[in-house]
Write a protein that binds this ligand. Sequence first.
Ligand SMILES: [Zn+2]
Length: 61
Amino acid sequence: MGLKDFFNIELKCSICGKTLKSGDGLTAHITLPSEKMMPVGRMDRVLSKFADKVYCKKCSE
Ligand SMILES: [Zn+2]
């Protein structure tokens, strides 16, 4: 992953591949990191890094 990609991480639905943007509803399966590893930052980036699975609203219904 290049530096450019790092700043352009897209949060995508694990089923349909739809890119999730601000205002979109989503369901995420996430493993709570240890206290030392606790992520801080933009939620979409945190989710794209830590979530096991992310589903858009349509796929999670
Ligand atoms: Zn979807």
